[in-house]
Design a protein around this ligand. Structure first.
Ligand SMILES: *Cc1c(COP(=O)(O)O)cnc(C)c1O
Length: 668
């Protein structure tokens, strides 16, 4: 009986070189997790009369280091624990190296930032809700990149090296697929990873495509090397061919009977062309009803455009003619535009926040009637800190089973006047902040000092250096109100020269505060990842979000912060627009209105940094009026704002988002 479960597993998931995995996969256990849910979902996905979704994404941030970590009975390669972090600060003499405990470093390196984290959170919530879904992505053999700081040199990108064959929970399959191009065949080996629900009762299979096999040429082997490597256009096109065409072929080869395909961003647009191959026009039209596309970017450069000629040289004529038909760029007939391809072929199109919906309709007026809005979220179980989760658990009457239904967090408002709840919430935050201070003690981070973090991808429109525009003003505020700590983290894409310049500029401004370290301490952490994302978003007092409106589609790190009662200091953009009147912090700066999208290069640094300093002073005043020397003022409006943050987290989570996908897009 028991043994037959392992047999069933191996017939459903034919693991290549099973002997290497035999210690970790038994009749009832998959790397320490129950095996049964895998059998159930795999059988469901194979059954023709069931409803199920295929989900495509270029990247997945699964935070395998902080949430539902698999165990392993065989040694895990040292390479899979990403190394320590340098920290750059205005205490230069203190330039220690930060080493984080090994279990916290086992991060599946197949993501770069927010898009991947959203895809990962989507899979986790789909698992929590028991949605039958098979996901496809790419096994990035060289990850994204490892960021190193060198004084006066800024960011120096280094290659990530890791070992998929010993990564817990990841298994190679005997299955492969071939993509036939005009001049060569790309062979893709398939891997599987399983994303479990919070209660381990359901699971989502994630199929990862890998071109690093001996049958391919050395060039082709490297295509699934580094995520978002953009050295030349051909390279980028081939990566999109692998995800879209290879991904669709993989789902079919595995025999999955899917009736919805969901493209997370336009990278996977070619999946439709693959599916439409050899079909007649009426069939192709009805196929569109099975495709959905989530658009994530309002920045022009974010939409993939490729030279038609280059695509024509690579792809066989039959598939190229379909791509030409659906993806010709409306502004330049020599280009293929993957965003337009996706909009033309997916019946369901959604933007990722209300404001982003407005902007997307301006950008693509031809499609405006079809563009819906489903606001992004975060996976509550992944991003809530233990001390805060313990507080939620202590109020079952109001917050109910928030694990099953994060929506219940809305009821936190009913506890707004409850003195025990207010005290518990503040104390949980205090515990988080003390832990952070302990980790960063070499840099003299203190739990009693007003602390702000800015941590996200370093891109021009996100304005990483806004708060450092005039360091004199920060010092003045600190002299008037009290000391200030600012923590930065973020990677700039290796080919983003502007982002690179920002890192340099920030490092030298931080350095210029060298003499005032008693008043203002500024830190920049190397190698931002989901571990630091969770640590910072749950432990600082204020989360700074200062993109130039309207260029932040949604943003999700602030959602991690509100879930932990961390207040927002934000411009009016992305998800924040929907919560701006909900008393979750402070809004400042230039606002976008009207029907012109505007120029993303006009960063408005002077006016918006002045507005930021004014609001930051208000925030610092309230902080020091709450965290008094003689004790905490539990009646403070600061704590009321914390409660409002938690309540809003009842909306800004992926459980609610996936539920909207189910009712508005997938239809089950
Ligand atoms: C949450 C997260 C992001 C997304 O942050 P934004 O606010 O959307 O910019 C990026 N990187 C990491 C590591 C994260 O955890």
């Amino acid at each position: 009986m028991e043994n037959s479960d392992l047999k069933r597993f191996l017939s459903l998931v034919p693991v290549d070189h099973f002997e290497r995995y035999a210690a970790n996969i038994t009749s009832d256990s998959f790397f320490g997790f129950p095996l049964k849910p895998i059998l159930e979902v795999e059988e469901h996905l194979l059954a023709a009369d069931q409803k199920s979704v295929g989900y495509f994404s270029m990247e997945y941030g699964l935070s395998t280091n902080t949430y539902n970590p698999f165990g392993s009975k065989i040694p895990v390669s040292e390479k899979n624990s990403s190394a320590g972090h340098h920290i750059f600060s205005n205490l230069r003499a203190m330039d220690y190296y930060l080493v984080v405990d090994a279990p916290h470093r086992l991060d599946l390196p197949i993501y770069s930032g927010g898009l991947g984290v959203l895809a990962g959170d989507t899979l986790k919530s789909a698992a929590d809700r028991g949605v039958p879904l098979a996901a496809v992505g790419i096994l990035w053999n060289k990850g994204y990149f490892k960021q190193s700081f060198w004084f006066k040199d800024g960011q120096v990108p280094e290659e990530t090296d890791w070992e998929p064959s010993s990564f817990p929970g990841l298994v190679p399959l005997e299955t492969h697929v071939d993509i036939n191009l005009k001049k060569e065949i790309i062979r893709l080996k398939l891997w599987k990873y399983f994303v479990y629900s919070y209660d381990k009762k359901h699971v989502i299979p994630l199929i990862l495509l890998d071109s690093n096999v001996p049958e391919n040429t050395p060039f082709t082997q490297k295509l699934t090397g580094q995520l978002y490597k953009s050295d030349n256009a051909e390279w980028k096109i081939l990566q999109r061919i692998i995800l879209g065409i290879g991904g669709m072929k993989a789902l079919e080869k595995l025999g999955y009977q899917l009736n919805r395909y969901h493209l997370n961003e336009g990278h996977a647009a070619l999946a439709f062309a693959e599916k439409a191959l050899n079909k007649k026009n009426p069939e192709i039209d009805s196929l569109k009803n099975h495709f959905a596309y989530t658009c994530h970017t309002p920045v022009a450069a974010g939409h993939d455009r490729f030279n038609k000629k280059t695509l024509e040289e690579i792809l066989p004529d039959d598939i190229f003619s379909l791509i030409k038909k659906f993806g010709s760029d409306s502004g330049n007939r020599d280009l293929i535009n993957l965003t337009e391809h996706a909009m033309n072929t997916c019946h369901f199109v959604n933007a990722v926040a209300a404001k982003h919906g407005e902007v997307t309709r301006l950008q693509f007026p031809d499609f405006k009637d079809r563009i819906q809005t489903i606001t992004n979220g975060v996976h509550a179980h992944t991003w809530v800190s233990k001390p805060v989760a313990d507080v939620f658990d202590a109020y079952p009457k109001e917050l109910g089973d928030w694990r099953q239904s994060p929506m219940r967090l809305k009821n936190a408002l009913a506890l707004k006047e409850n003195p025990e709840f207010r005290r518990a919430l503040w104390n949980a935050h205090d515990t988080n902040k003390k832990n952070l201070s302990l980790l960063l003690k070499n840099w003299r981070i203190e739990p009693g000092v007003f602390t702000i973090a800015w941590a996200r991808r370093i891109a021009a429109y996100k304005r990483p250096s806004l708060i450092l525009q005039d360091v004199e003003k920060i010092l003045e505020i600190a002299r008037r109100v009290g000391p200030i700590q600012i923590i930065f983290a973020g990677k700039a894409h290796p080919k983003d020269d502007l982002g690179f310049t920002y890192v340099n500029e920030m490092l030298s401004r931080i350095d210029s505060l060298d003499k005032n370290r008693d008043l203002v301490r500024v830190l920049m952490l190397e190698n931002y990842d989901t571990f630091f994302g969770k640590l910072l978003a749950s432990s600082v007092d204020v989360w700074l979000n200062n993109p130039l409106p309207p260029f932040e589609a949604s943003g999700t790190s602030g959602m991690k912060a509100i879930l932990n009662g961390v207040l927002q200091l934000s411009t009016l953009d992305g998800w924040v627009v929907e919560a701006a009147d909900k008393n979750i912090g402070w809004i400042f700066g230039w606002e976008h209105h009207g029907s012109e999208i505007g120029d993303e290069r006009n960063l408005r640094l002077k006016e918006d940094s002045d507005a930021l300093y004014a609001m930051m002073e208000n925030a610092a005043k309230l902080y020091y009026a709450t965290n008094l020397k003689e004790g905490v003022n539990f009646d403070s409006d600061w704590i009321t704002k914390m409660v409002h943050c938690i309540s809003e987290a009842g909306f800004f989570n992926t459980d609610r988002m996936v539920q909207e996908y189910q009712t508005k897009i997938w239809g089950f």
